[in-house]
Structures are given as C-alpha cells and as structure tokens.
Design a binder for this molecule. Sequence first.
Ligand SMILES: [Zn+2]
Length: 203
Amino acid sequence: MLSEIGREAYARGWALGTSGNLSAVVGLDPLRIAITPSGVDKGRLAPEQILEIDGDARPVRGSGRPSDEAAIHLAVVRARNAGAVLHTHSVWSTLLSESCAPAGGIAIHGYEMLKGLEGVRTHDHREWLPIVENRQDWSGGAPSVRAALEAHPDAHGLLLRGHGLYTWGRDLGQARRHLEVLEFLLEVRGRFRAAPQAAEKEA
Ligand SMILES: [Zn+2]
C-alpha cells in the first residue's frame, strides 16, 4: 500500500526525483513504523524496498537507510496519534511555503474541498497550515515541527519552507485523502494568487 501511494504521488508530480517519503505505523508497543528509504524513486517503489524503523528512527527490518526526515514522521505520529504520515515535494507546496513564509503559514478558507479533511463539515472552515523553517539536520526529534503541531492542534498538515507538505491520518486511507485534498487546495490557492484578478479580490 505504501509503495502504491508512492507510485501514485510520483505520477501526479508530487514526489519527483526521489523526493518525498511515506510512512505507516505497524506497531505501537514498541513503536514500529514502515517507511520509504532515502533516495529511492517513488515512481518505481516496490514493497520489498520499504524499511521498518523503531521509535528512535533506527532500522529494525529491511535494507537501505531511513530518510533524515524520519524524525519528522515520528514527531507527527506521536503528536497526532497518526497511523500514517505522507510527505510530498509538489510544485504548489514548494512555491506557497516560500511565498507565505513571512506570515508563518497559509490560510485556506471558503472552498468546498475543505470538507475532505477529517472533522470539517463546512466550506466556511478556515484551515491554517503552519510553515516551519527548512533545515538539513532533523535528528534530535525535529523540535520545530513538534512546536508547530502543538501550537496548531487542529491543522491537518504542515509545510517546510521551500520544501514541501506533510500530512497524516489515522490510517493510510485517511492520510491519502488528506494529501489529495491539501494538494488540490494548495494548487487552488496558488493559482488564485497568480490570477490577474486576485489582487483586486484579496484587497
Ligand atoms: Zn522532504
């Protein structure tokens, strides 16, 4: 299932050039997570490439190296009781996480597709996706990601600046739905900002 979602994310342009990583909880006591290894092509992901790591991001099954961002997956699993965490490097999440970084996040409001997010019943919902500064070393438990998750307990996703999107769900099915909905909404948000009439409407 992780490999299937990886191939799909690649096909939709959300995980090109070996980018992105995907995980699913396979055990809680002790914590065990199935995760895509570092540097693999998501368009050709095979089930046997999936690793299993423990709660300290150490591999316990499979070959290959876990991504440096495994610490982020673990932080999300712990903060949200998530059963699955999906991370993409799409064009729109990359663009908007950079252009909206000065505001600290992206507000999305008024769109019917918001109802695809768990617990959201109306288009009138305001989704706030916090933006966390990008870095290269996430070992040490990703404290900036933990802080953003704590500060925004209702957020269904978060962005790393100039980098991409993280979203999650209670299981892979829900996480996949959140990914699809948030990628759609980010594209709508981005295209709206770029449209000639946006300046007037947003003014
Ligand atoms: Zn990444």
